[in-house]
Design a protein around this ligand. Structure first.
Ligand SMILES: Cc1cc2nc3c(=O)[nH]c(=O)nc-3n(C[C@H](O)[C@H](O)[C@H](O)COP(=O)(O)OP(=O)(O)OC[C@H]3O[C@@H](n4cnc5c(N)ncnc54)[C@H](O)[C@@H]3O)c2cc1C
Ligand SMILES: NC(=O)c1ccc[n+]([C@@H]2O[C@H](COP(=O)([O-])OP(=O)(O)OC[C@H]3O[C@@H](n4cnc5c(N)ncnc54)[C@H](OP(=O)(O)O)[C@@H]3O)[C@@H](O)[C@H]2O)c1
Ligand code: SF4
Ligand code: SF4
Length: 505
């Protein structure tokens, strides 16, 4: 039985380069790589050699015959991407003509005059920083110094990824290996902008790559959002993961219902943690303070609310599978789906296999008999209008406007609304980059303006300044997406070095 990619896939494409028969897609040079929710193995060409298993940093690839029960669905999901035959592919790329050999990724040596080593500063030590360092350290004459404001490295791989996602968190082992390279120095407790300026970095290094991520949340601008009892998922995630900026917060879990606004993967993480059996979290890296609070929690229902329809829900299919087939008790009101006749069209939409799978799985969940215990309810077509505040000034609910979904999949307000009681409202509507002293900032997108990683002042690249990760492209994509992103940025840095465009210190 062929090998299968499962939930933990973080899209770094290491398996693509390891597979001798090029059966893992999309590859980074195929057009839909940037939007794919995971990678998929073509069962008709996989020769079961196992090379991809060794290459995968998070243990996401398994032989089909050894899949545990809660991952069986991934057999169909992998195969489903390839259709019934090679001529019936789901990917837009024409796989009939794909090369039989996996793409190769060997770097050319650096072409530099003189023997002086190259010194590069990287600000941040999250996934994008680690992949940039790994890429730079492929060249023997390069030295890297990483500056990290926290006392422990690896950014959201440590302080974002949910504690129960053990396989995904194992990517930290890969970063530990990179960190052991003698040509890499990581200076922790060092915040650029507070302890050190960019000009000071210029005096020490030939180039600076900013990899500071998107540390804050997008603000939901509705009345009542600042009342006690309404908080961001960013702070809640930081709290349960022991992030020093959030570890001392307190969340009121004495109410029966928590509402989460937004239905991305972060919302699902938060919902899972809120409804998990605390004993099952005890052996994870969850903060002890958060665990103690979760043990006292009175929450019995977490309502995750999206403003658009289920076919375009922001959560990814692998995460929905993990929720539906794992330990979580997830429910969908059948009316949520029957109220949307156009969903049938989504299921038949050519090329949108993932949307069809999502809708099919949601239908399956909606038909399940209710289970007792803490439940995660998924609701759709509701936009937050107002956080409702009681006489004591704290949150006691939220008002949602009900939407219709137009032919393009956009939410259109119907003018009717519904109030939902809640003891805690968490906004999970995305992260946001913040401006960095000394660098330009695109306030609308929350990113540092750049051309393939070269920081731009207007349309002119600023000498020696580069950017990668969430602060380069915005807060989307998986851990592994940062690998391709950082490879691109390092490629630009390399071009500039070889062209003599950097002032070598
Ligand atoms: C809650 C959550 C859960 C996630 N779970 C998953 C998952 O399960 N699987 C998956 O594939 N992806 C997951 N992701 C996405 C993944 O974490 C991101 O794609 C990735 O972390 C972005 O990397 P980055 O390096 O750009 O930013 P970050 O990971 O945020 O790293 C930025 C680093 O820069 C440091 N820094 C910032 N400013 C400064 C400064 N001025 N000086 C020095 N240091 C600075 C920060 O402290 C931080 O360590 C998750 C994201 C979130 C928010
Ligand atoms: N396990 C994993 O692989 C994992 C775990 C966590 C995070 N991540 C990744 O990290 C990235 C960030 O995740 P995220 O969940 O923070 O962001 P996200 O995927 O962008 O989801 C944001 C959600 O907020 C909604 N939203 C935005 N503005 C809103 C508003 N004004 N009112 C109501 N709803 C609003 C969006 O709705 P619309 O869709 O309608 O815009 C969407 O449902 C994603 O790429 C995610 O896949 C991955
Ligand atoms: S088992 Fe071998 S042939 Fe199959 S996907 Fe993995 S590397 Fe490719
Ligand atoms: S995490 Fe990377 S190596 Fe593992 S399956 Fe996904 S893309 Fe392949």
């Amino acid at each position: 039985m062929p090998h299968v990619v499962t939930q933990a896939c973080c899209g770094d494409a290491s398996c693509v380069y390891a597979c001798p028969v090029n059966c893992i897609h999309p590859t980074p040079d195929e057009p839909d790589f940037g939007t794919a929710e995971m990678l998929y193995i073509d069962p008709s060409t996989c020769v079961d050699c196992g090379a991809c298993v060794s290459a995968c940093p998070v243990g996401a690839i398994k032989p089909g015959h050894r899949l545990p029960d809660d991952q069986q669905r991934f057999l169909d999901i992998n195969a489903g991407q390839y259709g019934d035959s090679v001529g019936d592919v789901r990917f837009p790329v024409d796989q009939k003509f794909r090369l039989p050999m996996a793409p190769m990724g060997h770097p050319e040596p650096l072409r530099l005059s003189g023997n002086k080593p190259v010194s590069v500063a990287i600000v941040g030590s999250g996934p994008s920083a680690m992949y940039a360092a790994d890429e730079l350290l492929r060249y023997p004459r390069v030295e890297v110094t990483m500056y990290e404001r926290l006392s422990t490295p690896f950014g959201l791989a440590r302080f974002g990824v949910a504690p129960d996602h053990l396989e995904t968190r194992s990517v930290i082992r890969l970063y530990d290996t990179v960190a052991r390279d003698p040509r890499l120095t990581i200076l922790v407790n060092t915040e650029v902008g507070r302890d050190l300026t960019l000009d000071e970095l210029d005096a020490r290094h030939d180039a600076v790559i900013w990899a500071g991520g998107a540390p804050t949340d997008r603000r939901l601008d509705i009345p009542g959002v600042d009342a006690p009892g309404c908080a961001s998922a960013t702070s809640f995630v930081g709290w349960y993961n022991g992030h020093p900026d959030f570890a001392d917060l307190d969340f009121d879990l004495s109410g029966e219902r928590v509402v989460i606004v937004g239905n991305g993967n972060v919302a699902l993480d938060v919902a899972r943690i809120l409804t998990a059996d605390p004993d099952s979290l005890a052996s994870t890296t969850i903060s002890r303070r958060a665990l103690a609070k979760l043990r006292e929690s009175q929450v019995t229902e977490v309502l995750v609310v999206g403003r658009r329809g289920p076919d375009v829900a922001a959560f990814t299919l692998p995460e929905l599978v993990g929720l539906a087939d794992g330990h979580a008790n997830v429910a969908v009101d059948p009316l949520e789906l029957s109220a949307m006749p156009n969903l049938a069209a989504a299921q038949g939409r050519p090329g949108d296999h993932v949307a069809a799978e999502k809708v099919a799985l949601l239908r399956e969940i909606a038909e399940r008999a209710p289970r007792p215990g803490k439940v995660i309810r998924l609701a759709f077509r509701r936009s937050p209008e107002e956080i409702l505040v009681g006489a004591d000034g704290s949150v006691n609910g939220i008002r949602f406007g009900i939407n219709e979904i137009d032919a393009a999949g956009s939410a259109v307000a119907t003018g009717t609304s519904v109030d939902v009681e809640a003891g805690l409202v968490l906004t999970s509507i995305g992260y946001r980059g913040v401006a960095v002293p000394g660098l330009p900032f695109d306030d609308t997108r929350g990113v540092i303006p750049n051309d393939r990683g070269r920081v731009l002042d207007g349309s002119t690249p600023i000498r020696g300044r580069y950017v990668t990760g969430w602060i380069k492209r915005g807060p989307s994509g998986f851990i592994g997406t940062n690998k391709t992103d950082s490879t691109e940025t390092v490629g630009m840095l390399r071009e500039d070095l070889e062209a003599g465009a950097l002032a070598r210190v």
